[in-house]
Every structure is written in structure tokens, then in C-alpha cells.
Design a protein around this ligand. Structure first.
Ligand code: ADQ
Length: 467
């Protein structure tokens, strides 16, 4: 059954027309909206002077877009402050990097209230509302206070941390209570779901039975909905790449060398420092690889205005330079490092031209790069994926070479095994990985979530008191 209208709310809206080029999530959401005649609501991406923050409405590619400007002080408090300097590290188990400021939390609440105020006026009676990610936890609670009774679901793209970590946040109860204003909460993996259930029971005196969780006087539905990629689109790019001039150039540059590839936003959760270190260990242990392999790391700058990100970037520059300084020869530079976003077609070609995909985050909700790398491979001669045990994707992509990214020796050894792996085993693993990626694609993710949201019981003010 299709909802009368789907309303998607996410911090960033669009692009709609260039969604295929932006890739990942944008494609999945645009398709969901197209199927369900939808509205997409969120931040405009612009900072406006205080008091002049406006709501923009437009029709783009057949969809309604409604976006709000944020004032600079809101971007500082809500976005750079509470979202990216407090919640993001906390959700990735990095209490050491968390910077909690009550003023930032107040800003987070007030931006969510402002979003709710604007959105509540746009909603129709039969709408189904799907809210995305940690920027917007209090949105449903704010909407409920404005008498919104439609079904509202929430999907968390990041991991859900253990209760011991979450409860270090002084406002954890306020956030958990806010989650109970949704009708359905979706997580990436059964492990995240289990940690949420455990948190509700241990920290909130709630109850958890199957897909029902109750606390704060409400019972809601929960589930694991693993996100996937748009496989067809990636195949199209990767399978046409070998005929292109750009691809021929990529091969020429390699001159028969084996390429290891990493593609990540420049974020400390992605494990780039330890990956460089592991690559250095690999080179040290396998001198015969010298001159024969290169590591291409593509890492566009992300959240560059936040101090911890700037520090991290400098450290990474140093680490890449250290490996190059130690091993490079006049005719061979082992680490190639690009700080840029690339078009999807180029990315697909680079994946395909790479013998090993190195995806080693310290912690990650899912990780779409791992799936993109596999989907881009030539099934007759596929490359090998080295994947962190701490990415959500490792729960599903069991035939990758799974590593503990904290163990540099183990990661280096996996790089070696990946490069040396015989073709029969590469094919066997690739086939098994593709079975998951084909079945659990982005279309299935959104259809499963929307169906579960529609089946969730309608909002009632107070259901069961936890007993
Ligand atoms: P991210 O942390 O952004 O997403 P990921 O899942 O790897 O991580 O997705 C990144 C996307 O950006 C991929 O589609 C990738 O191709 C693209 N990308 C990265 N570097 C690029 C570059 N240089 N040029 C062009 N494109 C680039 C969050 C969570 C993840 C979760 C996703 C989806 O942190 O855990 O998997 O949402 O839920």
C-alpha cells in the first residue's frame, strides 16, 4: 500500500535533478518521493541574518521542496555545535571528542521547534512523515505538541551506542524521551537495535518485546532496516567505464601496478590514520610490493570549520607524507591522496580499476562505499574488499576480508591476502557479496521502512505505562 503522500525530512535537502550524480542517499530518497508524490523538507543550506531566515518553497523535478534558512548563530549552536561536535562523536563511541554545551543543546531544540512550526503548516491529513538522522531527534515531539497526529517514522543513519556511552550525555533522557514521539524507529543493523532496546530497559525503566518498545507512557515499533545502494545505477557507470577515455587514462597512470583504494569523507570515524599506518606496515613487511602497488585515498574535506576535523586533517597529511617519505622512490609514490569530491562515474571507474577496496572505519552506521566498490567490480576478475568489523556493512558483507582496524598488523596482512588472492576465491566471494547487495538495495530499504511505518499503530497520546 502506498501512502497518500510521503514527506521526507532531512537536514540537507536535494539535489533533486542531480541526485544520481550526488549518489547514495539522495537517489533513494528522490525515488521514494517520486513513487509517493512527495514533499521534501529541511535546511536550505544557507545562512541568513537573524530574523530574516525564510521558508522557501519550490517544485523541482516534479517534487515539492520546502527549505528553511538558518541564522548563523543556529548553524554554530545547532549544526556545528550539538550535531557535529557532540552527537556525532557520541554516536560513534568517541566520548573523548564530545563537546557538550547546554547552549548548543538549546539551539538544537529551538531549530527543531522552528522546523516543526514550519512543517506542521504544510502537512496534510493523510501524509506519512519520514525523518532522517540525528539532527532531528526532537522533531516528532515538537510536531506532536503542534497537534500533528500523522504517522511519523525516524531512521538513524549512524550507529546507536551502548547505554554506558549514551548516558554520559547530560541530556540523554530528553533525547530518548523525544524518540518515543515517533511511531517507528529504524536502525541500520540488529546490533544497533539491540543496543537501543537495552538502553530503554536499563536507563529508562522501559520494556522491550520483539518489535515493540515501551517507555515514557508510549509503545512504539522498532526494527533494523539495512540501507543499500542503487545497484543498477552503479553497474551502469562501472560497466561503461572501461570503454571511456578517462578509464584508459586511469589504467595508463597505473602502469600495471595494483591499486588499493579508499573513498571517505574526511572524518575521524573513517579510520584514515590507522589505514595509512597499516599500509605503511604492509610495505614494510612486503618489500616485493615496492614499486608494484599504490594506495589511492580520495577524501573530500568535511565539516572543515570544526576544530577536531582540522586537527585530524593535519594529522592525516602528516601520516601520508610519512609513508611516502619513507618508501617513495624517484619513479614511485606509494600514497596518492586527493582532497576532492569526484563525479560518480569517475568514482565507479576508479573502484573498478582498483585491485583492493580498503574500507576500514573505526565505527560506521553502514558504509555505502563498501557496497559501491563491490558493485563496480568485473565479475570475471573482481577485486577484493577489506572491511572493518565495526562498519554496519560487516554484519551483512560476511565474505569480505573482515579486519579489526585497531590492529595495524591484521589490516596490513589482509591487504596482502587481498592482493594475492586467487581468481576462483575472488569470484566466489564477489558472487556472495553481490547476492546481499542486489537483494538489499536502496529500493528495498525504503519500501520496507515505509511499509512498516504504515503498519505501525496510529499515534495515541498515552498507551501503556511500563509495568
Ligand atoms: P557517510 O558517513 O557519508 O554516510 P557512506 O555510507 O560511506 O558514509 O556514504 C558516503 C557516500 O558519499 C558514498 O555514496 C560515496 O560514494 C560518496 N563519496 C564519498 N567520498 C566521495 C568523493 N570523494 N567523491 C564523490 N562521492 C564521494 C552516513 C553514515 C553511514 C551510512 C550512510 C547511509 O555515516 O554509516 O552508511 O549515511 O545511511
Amino acid at each position: 500500500m502506498k501512502p497518500a503522500r510521503l514527506v521526507v525530512v532531512s537536514n540537507r535537502v536535494g539535489p533533486v535533478r542531480g541526485a544520481a550524480a550526488a549518489g547514495g542517499l539522495a537517489v533513494g530518497l528522490v525515488d521514494a518521493l517520486r513513487e509517493n508524490g512527495g514533499l521534501w523538507f529541511g535546511w536550505s543550506g544557507r545562512a541568513a541574518p537573524a530574523g530574516r531566515a525564510r521558508l522557501h518553497q519550490e517544485v523541482a523535478g516534479g517534487l515539492m521542496l520546502a527549505t528553511l534558512d538558518l541564522a548563523q548563530h543556529e548553524l554554530d549552536g545547532y549544526y556545528n555545535g550539538f550535531c557535529n561536535s557532540c552527537l556525532w562523536p557520541l554516536l560513534h563511541f568517541r566520548i573523548d571528542l564530545v563537546r557538550f554545551e547546554r547552549a548548543d543543546f538549546d539551539s538544537y531544540r529551538s531549530v527543531n521547534a522552528r522546523y516543526a512550526q514550519a512543517l506542521s503548516k504544510l502537512l496534510k491529513r493523510e501524509d506519512v512523515v519520514w525523518v532522517h538522522d540525528f539532527h532531528l531527534v526532537p522533531l516528532a515531539e515538537e510536531l506532536r505538541q503542534r497537534r500533528v497526529r500523522q504517522r511519523i517514522g525516524f531512521f538513524l543513519h549512524t550507529p546507536f551506542p551502548p547505554t554506558e556511552i549514551l548516558t554520559t550525555l547530560p541530556v540523554h533522557e530528553s533525547l530518548t524521551r523525544a524518540l518515543f514521539a515517533y511511531d517507528l524507529i529504524g536502525f541500520q543493523t540488529p546490533e544497533d537495535l539491540e543496543r537501543f532496546r537495552n538502553h530503554v530497559v536499563r536507563a529508562c525503566r522501559g520494556r522491550a518485546r520483539g518489535d515493540r518498545v515501551s517507555a515514557f507512557g508510549r509503545e512504539i515499533r522498532v526494527g533494523a532496516f539495512p540501507i543499500g545502494i542503487d545497484v543498477e545505477q552503479f553497474h551502469r557507470y562501472a560497466f561503461t567505464a572501461p570503454g571511456s577515455r578517462e578509464y584508459a587514462r586511469m589504467r595508463r597512470v597505473l602502469r600495471g601496478r595494483d591499486q588499493f583504494i579508499g573513498v571517505d569523507r574526511l572524518d575521524y570515524s573513517k579510520g584514515l590514520l590507522r589505514r595509512m599506518d597499516a599500509f605503511g606496515r604492509y610495505l614494510e613487511k612486503h618489500p616485493r610490493s615496492h614499486g608494484q602497488v599504490i594506495m589511492l585515498q580520495v577524501a573530500p574535506v568535511s565539516r572543515g570549520s570544526i576544530e577536531s576535523y582540522r586537527d585530524f586533517r593535519q594529522e592525516l597529511d602528516r601520516e601520508a607524507a610519512r609513508v611516502n617519505g619513507r618508501f617513495a622512490r624517484f619513479d614511485w609514490t606509494p600514497v596518492h591522496y586527493l582532497n576532492r569530491a569526484l563525479p560518480r562515474r569517475t568514482l565507479a571507474g576508479l573502484y573498478r580499476a582498483s585491485r583492493v577496496g580498503v574500507v576500514t572505519p573505526m565505527r560506521d552506521g553502514m558504509n555505502l562505499v563498501a557496497m559501491e566498490y563491490v558493485a563496480a567490480q568485473d565479475p570475471a576478475d573482481p577485486g577484493v574488499l577489506v572491511l572493518s568489523k565495526f562498519a554496519g556493512a560487516s554484519q551483512y558483507l560476511r565474505e569480505a576480508l573482515l579486519v579489526n582496524p585497531y590492529d595495524g598488523e591484521e589490516t596490513a596482512e589482509a591487504m596482502h591476502l587481498a592482493r594475492e588472492m586467487r581468481i576462483q576465491e575472488r569470484r566466489r566471494r564477489h558472487e556472495a557479496l553481490m547476492r546481499h547487495i542486489n537483494v538489499h538495495d536502496v529500493g528495498r530499504w525504503r519500501r520496507d521502512f515505509i511499509a512498516a511505518l504504515q503498519e505501525a499503530p496510529a499515534w495515541r497520546k498515552s498507551v501503556r505505562k511500563p509495568g
